[in-house]
Design a binder for this molecule. Sequence first.
Ligand SMILES: NC(=O)c1ccc[n+]([C@@H]2O[C@H](COP(=O)([O-])OP(=O)(O)OC[C@H]3O[C@@H](n4cnc5c(N)ncnc54)[C@H](OP(=O)(O)O)[C@@H]3O)[C@@H](O)[C@H]2O)c1
Length: 332
Amino acid sequence: MTLPATMRAVEITEYGKPEVLKLCERPVPQPKAGEVLVRVSAAGINRPDVLQRRGHYPVPPGGSDIPGLEVAGEVVAVGSGVSLWTAGQKLCALLQGGGYAEYCTVPAPQCLPIPKGLSAVEAASLPETFFTVWSNVFDRARLAPGESLLVQGGSSGIGVAAIQMAKAFGHKVLATAGSPQKCSACEELGADRAINYKTEDFVTIVKEATGGRGVDVIIDMVAGEYVERELKCLADDGRLVIIALLGGTRGTLSLNEILTRRLSLTGSTLRPRPVSFKGAIARSLREKVWPHLESGAIKPVIYRIFPLAEARRAHELMESSTHIGKIVLTID
Ligand SMILES: NC(=O)c1ccc[n+]([C@@H]2O[C@H](COP(=O)([O-])OP(=O)(O)OC[C@H]3O[C@@H](n4cnc5c(N)ncnc54)[C@H](OP(=O)(O)O)[C@@H]3O)[C@@H](O)[C@H]2O)c1
């Protein structure tokens, strides 16, 4: 197949507001050893893209400066040493960057087949949030059979994945969100109780909903002053995993809670982790989660689709926080 020399992409022309996102012409990247070249059909938008655009989320060494952490599309070429993927196959993939473009390269271990029955748009909405939730809730925080989960930010891209994955594995799930409409969406996705954190105290509701015991695991994107309250709603031996700091980098906490009730406080960011780490998550997702997507037990939640040229509007929507689930760009 003859590939064009150049492609359309969206670049961050300078750090700032959504209008710094501009359409540009870039060389089509070449796959290195172990990489796949993908013709992109759709690219998911994630909050880390917004942080990158504002200058608060540096590109790891070797990563593309073009934003975009997840895509779905078709393999058009492979680098040396790639045997599992060949030209013509459809896939979705977790990237280190470069998704807002007609073509991107990705390490082969970070690619997954499009779950049967899903569209490219739906498949593009999966990798960043599903890798993050699997890594933090199931690997890092070791959510075990019979245990319960609290999802802070239940209507976010991360939240809709976390609620559905935990429900698919039979866990009790509580979730917070900032409006009645968002709370209803969380419950429709399976949350046993959604908590409107603007009108209800999540510590009180979590205690009530768990018979005073508390939840075993919390996935948290707020942190800051939330942490002290979150420790109070963990069960003994509970684990709090922080994946973002929307509420700030500083808070107070009672070390006594940790000491006397054997609590664990941890966190992680996915993007800088090595290919081998991400490849291991991809294998777990394919084996344990992809069947639930193919059966329809877990459904992608697509809130709005924009063409690539309107990436600016997609970021404006994400920053308005009026969305529920995922925002996706399409590339024709
Ligand atoms: N560590 C990692 O590897 C990793 C990977 C991917 C994403 N992330 C982080 O995860 C977060 C979610 O990403 P996303 O792409 O899913 O973004 P998103 O869809 O824009 O979601 C952000 C959410 O934060 C919620 N929120 C803000 N303040 C809140 C509060 N006080 N209590 C409860 N919810 C609150 C908002 O809901 P309301 O409007 O209801 O407040 C909104 O749903 C981002 O901060 C992102 O940087 C981390």
